[in-house]
Design a binder for this molecule. Structure first.
Ligand SMILES: [Zn+2]
Ligand SMILES: [Zn+2]
Ligand SMILES: [Zn+2]
Ligand SMILES: [Zn+2]
Length: 795
């Protein structure tokens, strides 16, 4: 997804391998990004562009007039089966293909409003009704949606508006008596019913405690850093010839303290792994739900009621405002390039969008300077940015110049030494030009120059949208984009979210199996200041496009603030981590976790340990394992244990499939069998055992057996605790699940106790605005405010 599609990648690599050695050498040894770009782009042939275009055409990004009726029909099928969530997404897909002010678009909006109504999304429902009417909803069907509108307004307690809408409708009917009688009666009946509903609702809310209102307080930094807006005053920016820029604590920091809160400079939504469509395929309209259907393309907020771009079918937004903003900032240029951008991947897309955003910065001086620097050697040469080789006087210290002390700013800072979330900071992130392979640089350069040529073509046909003014020369624009593409390998930040299995239908009888998904890729200049550790002392989370970094443990004054680039010690063995960090980030990790594990390499972590069949002690050794006890002398070979583990893995997968198709009893039988097998060779803390216990917990919960479910979940919790630590975010999610279970099973003391534990852990990582925390607080107030006796199910 980040990189171009495989077909283009292998095409370019092939092209590279066929280049004469002399040309390869010229590109490999070019010492500026400008030279790399110019040499490479002179090799881009018309047939290469043709090939790229044919790949781009495989994506359905335009509006297909035949799609809306198809999606509406598919949506109606789901609607009939009461799968309102599924129906909503399909209507959205229909909307994205429909022309503005057409019957297609208004019918899809109206149908979606009905689905949203059944999902209790009244505000969204109202918006969709307005949209349907705006796009010319047929007169004859108006009473139907107006009735829905009244129902929403009443449910939301907006009785006056409801009354007005009724009166308008009545006078409408008066003008057309043929419609009046039946409809009028229905309306009257409904109004009566709805008024009563509101009364009940008002009584209810009056007694419900307003504990959640102060939730937003802690979302801001207590004291903002003067040098680095977006960071807390508890940290400060340092510079070191070997480490580059990094942050340290200027005072003792407690777990949960907010250290950085930064909106992405740029972010691009990851539409999900979707192979390009091939021509002549039987169904060209996919009905699959992807990120692109559920999240706003600009602000990344989750939404069921997307509003599409008027010009394409792939860009969808949470609101008209987001659509307009995106259009003004970058989408006016990107809109016609959808297929090409999907083919070239997210890094290329971010590179383009960053330069488009740079146009809006009130930093014309900086940008002009950058432009000049871009065309001469120093700025793009790897040497000037390789800090290890730069004399220390350039590193932001003070230097003697003409007898007076001059302060040289740290790279990315402005002349006053301020480091801000802006294009200047982005431009100074390290591209590591010298570390990338020549093929990779060639791929990036050719992708960027193909993009430039497309932009050029678009410009000549539409002179109104000129290239960014600061790039008088298109090649300078290309060099800037190439630089961003190379920066991204080390500086791209994955924007993640916890996705609830909301689309699977019935949510009442299930243990939520939420999982972390990658939503987007972005650049966060302040977050980029943090160095990596495999056992970091911070935790990062996202709301919309805003990243927050909190201390996950106590950080003493003077200690470095560290976050994990991905390879975390609880999820990856040391060798694998080192390999990953070296190949992607070009450094050898020397964090305490790595140093410790290198020395004890012979004994793996407990969550991967095999254990002795006889005494249950963990087995040690390389290819031949033994427990070390004198009474069990027989050693076992690893080659015999691995297949048994793989077999279990497969069976658990099979059990999940059974579970998915509703065969709960069979799934449980299979899992219990696995669990029994596992006892003879896996430790109780093995991650595989944890997985089985978790699956069992889910299956029992689905059967409504809360007690058994809780027992198994507690066992899985123990494994998570060993693997990730008692205050890890993973532990927080498990505790959340357990709290839900106890809550649903009306085990009040256990529920309260678990809610408290979960809250404590999750608060450190996410702060109070997190959805799970709010859910926990709701559960708690529900348990505390209602007498236990009334907690039984109402049916
Ligand atoms: Zn939005
Ligand atoms: Zn568009
Ligand atoms: Zn490490
Ligand atoms: Zn033994």
């Amino acid at each position: 997804m980040d990189l171009p599609v495989d077909e283009w990648k292998s095409y370019i690599f092939q092209k590279w391998s066929l280049l004469p050695k002399s040309i390869q050498d010229t590109i490999s040894t070019a010492d500026t990004l400008r030279d790399i770009f110019l040499h490479s782009s002179s090799l881009l042939q018309p047939e290469d562009e043709m090939f790229l275009k044919s790949l781009s055409r495989g994506y359905l990004v335009g509006k297909d007039p035949n799609a809306p009726p198809f999606y509406r029909e598919e949506g109606n099928k789901k609607f009939q089966k009461k799968d309102y969530m599924g129906a909503t997404v399909l209507y959205s897909k229909g909307i994205s293909h429909a022309k503005p002010h057409s019957a297609d678009i208004s019918l899809c909006y109206a149908n979606r409003s009905a689905a949203l109504f059944y999902l209790d999304e009244y505000e969204m429902c109202l918006k969709d009704i307005t949209r349907a009417q705006m796009h010319g909803y047929p007169e004859s069907l108006q009473p139907k949606v107006t009735l829905r509108k009244v129902e929403c307004l009443v449910t939301l307690g907006r009785l006056q508006e409801a009354g007005q809408t009724i009166r308008d409708l009545e006078s409408d009917f008066a003008a057309k008596p043929s419609l009046a009688a039946a409809q009028f009666q229905i309306l009257q009946r409904n109004l009566c019913r709805l008024k009563m509903k509101v009364q009940e609702r008002e009584n209810l809310t009056a007694s419900f405690p307003a504990t959640l209102t102060k939730a937003f307080e802690d979302m801001d930094l207590r004291e903002e850093n003067e040098q680095i807006p977006g960071a807390s005053s508890s940290v400060s920016l340092c510079m070191d010839p070997l480490k580059g820029r990094y942050l340290i604590a200027t005072k003792d920091i407690l777990p949960g303290e907010l250290l950085v809160k930064e909106d992405a400079f740029v972010s691009v939504l990851n539409l999900g792994e979707r192979p390009p469509l091939h021509h002549g395929l039987e169904s060209k309209w996919d009905t699959q739900v992807t990120n692109g259907d559920l999240y706003c393309h600009r602000c990344l907020r989750h939404t069921l009621a997307t509003v599409p771009c008027d010009g394409c079918s792939y860009a969808k937004y949470c609101s008209h405002e987001c659509m307009q903003q995106a259009w003004d900032l970058y989408h006016n240029r990107e809109c016609p390039l959808g297929g090409l951008l999907l083919t070239l991947g997210i890094f290329c897309h971010i590179a383009l969008r960053s330069t488009l955003l740079a146009r809006f910065e009130d930093a014309s001086k900086v940008i002009r300077k950058l432009c000049v620097e871009m065309t001469n050697k120093d700025m793009c040469s790897p040497e000037s940015e390789n800090l290890a080789q730069t004399p220390s006087s350039d590193l932001g210290g003070e230097s003697e110049k003409n007898g007076t002390t001059v302060k040289t700013p740290v790279p990315g800072c402005d002349l006053n030494g301020k480091y801000e979330n802006n294009y200047n900071a982005v431009f100074h992130l390290m591209p590591h030009t010298e570390n990338h392979s020549p093929e990779y640089k060639f791929l990036c350069a050719l992708s960027v120059s193909a993009l430039c040529r497309q932009l050029e073509t678009a410009d000549s046909s539409k002179p109104a949208t000129a290239p960014p003014a600061w790039c008088s020369e298109l090649s300078a624009w290309g060099v800037a984009m190439l630089k961003h593409m190379l920066q991204l390998q080390c500086n791209a930040q994955a924007v993640t979210t916890i996705q609830q299995p909301a689309l699977s239908g019935s949510k009442e009888n299930s243990v939520s199996n939420s999982r972390q998904v990658r939503l987007a890729t972005g650049i966060f200049p302040v977050v980029s200041l943090l160095n990596h550790s495999c056992s970091p002392n911070t935790s990062v989370s996202f709301i919309s496009t805003v990243a927050t970094i909190r201390a996950s443990e106590k950080i003493g004054k003077g200690q470095e603030i560290l976050h994990c680039y991905g390879p975390h010690h609880s999820r990856m063995a040391v060798a694998e981590r080192q390999q990953k960090l070296r190949s992607q980030y070009f450094f050898d990790c020397g964090c305490p976790a790595c140093q410790k594990e290198k020395h004890q390499a012979a004994v793996g972590p407990r969550w991967e340990a095999f254990c002795c069949d006889r005494c249950g002690a963990p087995l040690q050794g390389g290819d031949i394992l033994s427990c070390g006890s004198t009474s069990c002398t027989e050693p076992v070979s690893r080659d015999r244990l691995i297949p048994r583990l793989q077999d279990l893995q497969q069976q658990v997968g099979q059990a999940r499939k059974l579970f998915g198709s509703g065969q709960l009893e069979r799934a449980i039988q299979l899992l219990l069998g696995c669990r029994h097998d596992a006892e003879s060779f896996l430790s109780a803390e093995h991650s595989m055992v944890g997985e089985m216990e978790d699956a069992l917990a889910q299956a029992y919960a689905a059967l409504g057996d809360w007690q058994k479910s809780a027992t198994h979940l507690q066992k899985s919790l123990r494994v998570v605790e060993v693997q990730h630590g008692p205050s890890s975010v993973e532990m927080g999610h498990e505790l959340f699940k357990l709290a839900q279970l106890f809550f649903n099973g009306f085990a009040i003391p256990e529920a309260l106790n678990t809610i408290q534990r979960a809250e404590k852990v999750l608060m450190v990582h996410y702060g109070p605005c997190n959805d799970e925390i709010q859910e926990l607080q709701k559960m708690k107030s529900c348990l505390l405010d209602l007498p236990p006796i009334s907690l039984g199910p109402s049916v």
